[in-house]
Design a protein around this ligand. Structure first.
Ligand code: AMP
Ligand code: MN
Ligand code: MN
Ligand code: MN
Length: 290
């Protein structure tokens, strides 16, 4: 077992599909031993201010972040924007567009569910009632609560996942466009959970090389629920594509056991930490460099 990292740069709150509100999330990760965190909600900056002030109160280092949905060759890729300026104009414009796409997509998912014989309007009302930013996670929870799936995972398998009745294409902006906006906001763009896209090794290298050419800086080398083989693949990918490495649990929910914060491995010495080279604004130069 490698030593544990005190860094977690991939976390969700109730501003998107997490279960803890931003201050509760900060207190939770602090209690689990995290000392440098980024809040990275899907396609929104709304939780950042509350999280930042709680991090100050808890005495841990905080950088603003986001997890943006992007299109690469017809697939959805998640790009983390780390240590960015939440006030940057191009970023705010992009985020407005993402929210619009999500609102429209939620309506279309509900229509598909109705066509499949489910109470789409009731499900949509529940999703909207859960918060300002509809995600498929919210649909999965509603489907499970109303008895149309055994649990959240089952709802993705039966209704929401690839090839299922309510799977629809969203028209996200391209990977290159999203990456450029993060970089223009002073942030470090990082490919989230690279092994979760079911891409071949060759496709992954092409993705990462195109990403780097567009201004991408890092790949999430250590992520929640990752096995040792995927860890090794992610390390090789970062080294081969000359990208820095990030560490993030992708934590959403204290009731879900597979990706708790504070339990991630440290980056190996062969990978440059994205937070240290060059250092994130709030991070001391000596902070966990290996
Ligand atoms: P969206 O960005 O609205 O398409 O929703 C993506 C989110 O759904 C991810 O960030 C995960 O939190 C969640 N998700 C995706 N696939 C699954 C799955 N098979 N089981 C549970 N949650 C999932
Ligand atoms: Mn999520
Ligand atoms: Mn993701
Ligand atoms: Mn995530």
């Amino acid at each position: 077992m490698s030593p544990r990292s005190t860094v977690d740069l991939h976390l969700h709150s109730t501003a998107s599909d997490g279960r803890l509100d931003p201050p509760a999330l900060v207190r939770h990760v602090t209690a689990q031993g995290v000392r440098l965190m980024a809040l990275t909600d899907h396609d929104t900056l709304d939780g950042l201010e509350a999280a930042r002030s709680e991090a100050l109160a808890c005495g841990i280092q905080f950088v603003p972040g986001i997890e943006l949905s992007a299109d690469w060759e017809g697939r959805t890729i998640h790009v983390l924007g780390l240590a960015l300026d939440p006030a940057a104009a191009a970023l705010r414009t992009l985020v407005q567009g993402q929210k619009q796409l999500r609102a429209e997509r939620a309506g279309r998912i509900a229509e598909r569910l109705t066509e499949a014989g489910l109470p789409g309007a009731e499900i949509l009302a529940r999703v909207r009632g859960e918060g300002p930013l509809p995600t498929r996670t919210h649909f999965a929870r509603a489907l499970a609560e109303l008895g149309h799936a055994p649990d959240v995972g089952g709802a993705f398998k039966r209704w929401l996942g690839r090839g299922r009745p309510a799977a629809i294409s969203t028209g996200w902006p391209t990977l290159a466009a999203v990456t450029a906006v993060i970089a223009a906001a002073g942030g470090a763009p990082a490919i989230a959970h690279p092994l979760r896209y079911t891409l071949s090794a060759g496709q992954l290298r092409r993705l990462c090389n195109e990403f780097r050419a567009a201004g991408g800086r890092a790949v999430e080398v250590v992520t929640g629920g990752q096995g040792p083989a995927d860890r090794e693949r992610a390390i090789s990918l970062a080294v081969r594509c000359q990208l820095a490495g990030s560490v993030g649990s992708d934590f959403h929910d204290p009731a879900v056991a597979w990706n708790p914060p504070g339990r991630l491995a440290k980056l190996p010495g062969s990978v440059r930490p994205v937070w240290a080279d060059p250092p994130f604004p709030t991070v001391a130069h000596t902070y966990e460099t290996a």
